[in-house]
Design a protein around this ligand. Structure first.
Ligand code: NAI
Length: 608
């Protein structure tokens, strides 16, 4: 790439190039070697009249400076003729800058059909017709650059410009779609939102600002967008005063308005959830329409896994709830208990409350389900008086989805419900739903599902399966896309008991472990899952906890504190399949597991 951006051999059409921004574009392109078609109807600011003077003056400016240019006096509504001028004079067209524009400002009440139609004709239909005339040439030569000119008036609204605002936003939609349709032929289309002193703004902008807002500061931005080295496409670029920035539409996380696929939505559900619907914290851009609709699958997943109130109580359902309050101390303790290290820059944010991005390891709320179970008699009641060895109950599977950003301090309430007690032969399996709410706002923050195995408690003639079970997904057969190993400490379970509130002595007391059928105390399955979650975020989310959406895992064999865990990971779109292996024994300890990310950001440590 040479230092100087050149356009030798390229042919540029600039519409409305007889004045203002268009003139600045035409002069700059000609000065960099392009052959320029200077189009201008030469009419008034509101679209009346026509004259050859505007285009001719700019052509003379270019040619007298040694450049190459020809005039065209057609309206952009005759876009075909404008493109034909380029073909007839220079044999090709490489770059089209749709810039021509007029104003017919009226408040909505006073606006006539003519005010609406003229504005839409010049801005939208004119840009469309001119671009459509150039399109076959771009496709044939597998090269084309198109600029559409929008306005802040459309982006944000502006009193007195309903016609203009609507037309200018129509161009954003047109550019977005043409960026997609043109991608296979190396055609790039972008939108410029300029703010410049011109006849369109002379009575709007204060004089001191008007003089500073030179079109010449915007022309280089448009020029770069049109250069063959620039890969930008489908972007909206705002520019003024020698500044340029990209604009995006973003979407908030929203709220799920019904409980399950069987429920409907009432207007009251909408009212009651409105604060969450319009909450833009954690809002993000969907890069494609596929991503936007794909995210709705998450809503389907939540609705599909939730049980309808209409289903009634089929399993002697019990509701238990427990309030918890935490602040940065518990957040840090939890991070330490799932292996976060001060020396690792991706972990540091979890361990220091004054860190600018201080955050909660995103699987933190998974602790409140088991903690609630330990604090209540939910398990004994679920077995309805049948004897069960509580010391033999182990965590089988876990699912959890984050619905809102997890605060670094909060008062929360976790509600647990036994969905089913399944008879799996020798063992029984309890399916327990846990949901955590922000006690102050009432917002649901996470929803989760535990499957707990009560060893030796099966054979009671209960159901073997349930639609409430969340199916596991096997890891791909190929070699992992990334792996990350970390040693747990011999005190890991002792630490995790404190951070999680799951005080089951099985994890520290050898005699209780023995009663439960284990040789020695074992690590909490959720602790291993915390390690794995950090590993996935490091490798596939650039360490950003906000990209975590949900996970599911099966705990297939116990881990003994002090052993080294290796997380093997496979990427499949935004889903990261993973499994954990104890390096010391080669035992697979976490299987059928995945983390769904909102977006993948390959971490610097990923060897991909
Ligand atoms: P300008 O009035 O100085 O230049 C527009 C040119 O377009 C004029 O020379 C005019 O004769 C020509 N034109 C109008 N209708 C035409 C048609 N049917 N066919 C061919 N040429 C035609 O205005 P300015 O400010 O340079 O505007 C350029 C573009 O930038 C316009 O699309 C405008 O809406 C847009 N824009 C300008 C902003 C600003 O701050 N100046 C802000 C936002 C958008």
């Amino acid at each position: 790439m040479s230092d100087s951006l050149r356009f030798d051999g390229k042919v540029v059409v600039v519409t409305g190039a007889g004045a203002g921004l268009g003139r600045a574009y035409a002069l700059l392109f000609a000065s960099r070697g392009a052959k320029v078609v200077v189009n201008d109807l030469g009419g008034g600011r509101d679209g009346d009249g026509s004259s050859t003077k505007a285009a001719d003056t700019v052509v003379t400016e270019i040619t007298s400076a040694g450049g190459v240019a020809v005039p065209n006096y057609d309206s952009v509504l005759d876009g075909q003729k404008i493109i034909q001028t380029a073909i007839a004079n220079f044999g090709r067209i490489d770059i089209l800058i749709n810039n021509a524009g007029i104003l017919r400002d009226r408040s909505f009440l006073k606006m006539t059909d003519q005010d609406w139609d003229l504005i839409h004709d010049v801005h939208v239909k004119g840009s469309m017709l001119t671009t459509r005339a150039a399109w076959p040439h771009f496709r044939r030569q597998k090269y084309g650059r198109v600029i559409f000119t929008s306005s802040n008036s459309g982006m944000y609204g502006n009193f007195g410009q309903p016609n203009y605002s609507a037309a200018k936003m129509a161009l954003v939609g047109l550019s977005n779609t043409l960026a997609i349709e043109g991608s296979s032929a190396n055609i790039k289309t972008n939108v410029i939102i300029p703010t410049a002193g011109s006849r369109l703004t002379e009575d709007i902008l204060p004089p001191e600002l008007f003089n500073e807002l030179k079109p010449e500061f915007i022309a280089p931005v448009v020029m770069w967008l049109c250069h063959e080295d620039c890969n930008e496409t489908g972007a909206i670029i705002e520019s003024a005063l020698g500044w340029a920035g990209k604009c995006h539409l973003i979407r908030g996380n929203g709220a799920v308005l019904r409980k399950s696929l069987k429920d409907s939505v009432t207007p009251e559900d909408v009212r009651n959830n409105w604060a969450t619907v319009v909450n833009m914290e954690g809002a993000k851009r969907c890069e494609t329409i596929g991503e936007a609709t794909g995210e709705l699958m998450n809503v389907m997943e939540v609705l599909g896994t939730n049980k309808s109130d209409a289903d009634g109580d089929k399993s002697g359902v019990m509701d238990y709830s427990m309030k918890n309050q935490y602040d940065f101390k518990q957040v840090i303790l939890y991070a330490l208990s799932v292996g976060a290290k001060l020396k690792d820059p991706m972990d540091f944010r979890y361990l220091y409350e004054n860190h600018s991005d201080f955050a909660v390891v995103p699987c933190y709320y998974v602790v409140f389900g088991p903690a609630t179970l330990m604090e209540t008699d939910i398990i004994e009641k679920a077995f309805k008086g049948r004897s069960v060895n509580l010391a033999g109950i182990v965590h089988g599977e876990q699912y959890m989805k984050i619905l809102q950003k997890i605060p670094t301090e909060a008062v929360i309430e976790t509600k647990c419900k036994v969905l089913d007690v399944l008879d799996k032969g020798r063992n029984a399996v309890l399916l327990i739903e846990h949901e955590t709410f922000n006690s102050e706002t009432g917002e649901k923050l996470t929803t989760g599902r535990i499957s707990a195995i009560a060893r030796g408690a099966g054979g009671f003639g209960g159901p073997k399966q349930s639609h409430n079970e969340i199916p596991g997904v096997e890891a791909p057969k190929r070699a992992p896309d990334a792996s990350y190993s970390e040693q747990t400490s011999t005190e890991q379970a002792a630490l995790y008991r404190l951070s999680s509130g799951d005080l089951n002595p099985l994890h520290v007391d050898p005699s209780i472990a023995e009663m439960g059928g284990f040789k020695e105390p074992i690590l909490h399955g959720l602790c291993s899952l915390g390690f794995a979650t950090r590993h996935v975020l490091k490798m596939f989310a650039g360490g950003d906890p906000e990209l975590f959406d949900s996970f599911r895992a099966r705990f297939s064999k116990p881990v003994v504190p002090g052993q080294t865990l290796r997380t093997d990971m496979w990427r499949d779109g935004n889903r990261i399949h993973f499994q954990c292996v104890v390096v010391d024994t080669n035992n697979l300890v976490v299987t059928n597991a995945y983390v769904d990310l909102k977006k993948v950001k390959i971490g610097t440590k990923a060897k991909l």
